[in-house]
Design a protein around this ligand. Sequence first.
Ligand code: ADP
Ligand code: ASP
Ligand code: MG
Length: 404
Amino acid sequence: MKRLVLKFGGTSVGTIEKIKKVANIIKKKFNEGNEIIVIVSAMTGATDLLKEKSNLISNNFDNKELDVLLSSGEQVSCSLLSGAIIDLGLKARSWLGWQIPIITNDNYTSSQIMKIKIDEVSNFISNGGIAVIAGFQGISTESRITTLGRGGSDLSAVAVAKFFQTDSCEIYTDVEGVLTTDPSINEKAKKIDKISYEEMLEMASLGAKVMQPNAVQASMIDNIPIHVRSTFSEKAGTKIISDSEIDYNKVVTGVAYSKNNAKVSIVGVVDKPGVAADIFEPIGKNNINIDMVIQNTSLDGKKANITFTIKREDLKKTLGLIEKNKQKLNYNKLIHDDKLAKVSIIGAGMQANSGVTHKMFRSLADEKINILAISTSEIKISVLIRENLTQRAVKTLHKTFKLN
Ligand code: ADP
Ligand code: ASP
Ligand code: MG
């Protein structure tokens, strides 16, 4: 007998019809003789609607209350799914994060799971029950509801696989698996059969929405293999596994993008030690993530321009923090642009192949796409471009690196 975690994303439980379909998948797996723990996300769109409501109250809505609000979407879907399984004649029960409990740290809106108490759920599944656990939520050490960051039900699934020592962790979604790029902007996207944790972590962090980056990181740390697959087809999906089990026959594994990027340039700061620290310290303290950073110095070496990118939603706050600091930073001009996107190629095969960088830049140039900033790591190259050129850039890179 095997113990399985089956996670169904919001796109898999978006309607009552889909919930019934999911209940049938679970029944089939159960009848094959497996112990089943289900993790379920809120019905697609539900969490966004709740977030919009909080924005109507305030753009600065209290984080702890936001977690109580946003986690409610999963309460609805997990009870509906559990009810649908019971209706098929099986024994099932829903669990909210606090009832198990799934204990997290106090980092409201993007908490980390510290521990899961397994006794009650283990007992239930050992006695022929199907456990349906609400994804995305937990309880802090001060007994308040927490959430695991957007897309966090993936992390719930990985953590449950770890603490319950399950034999597998299956992530069911609306696409065939992890594809070479987002199929919603490039119909030529192809399923990847196997991908390493490292590559998947880059893909997810660089915008491939199919897995939450924190979930990939957690699976990498504990070496938990993941199978990403479709709720709507029986085909095998993508295995996310250790790098040692993969032969790389391609230089680039996938193309990812993220829209809603903004760029800030501080022109004419004095080029001396401590300036960058003075700029970035207040921004970091306000939990704003800095992405790419470029510095160039004037010919006489006295002044520098510092440019960096952030998420568009953080722009207003960031500009405010810099302006507040104007006297100390003593810059000439502050410029920004908020209609930018980051497009990236990812592939462990890059490490052994030279010439990838110029091939990428040439292919963008041939499409008349101007590169505004660049960043690289061993297995990825990212460029910042105008947002309206995203699809064109993704398509041309996908073709250039023979992923079509
Ligand atoms: P779920 O509701 O199952 O959590 P998500 O919407 O979070 O589903 O993730 C699935 C979506 O991710 C797909 O519908 C697809 O549009 C998008 N996506 C972006 N990049 C990729 C990729 N490289 N491979 C597969 N899907 C991707
Ligand atoms: N419902 C949450 C969200 O929309 C968590 C998830 O779907 O994984 O972000
Ligand atoms: Mg998701």
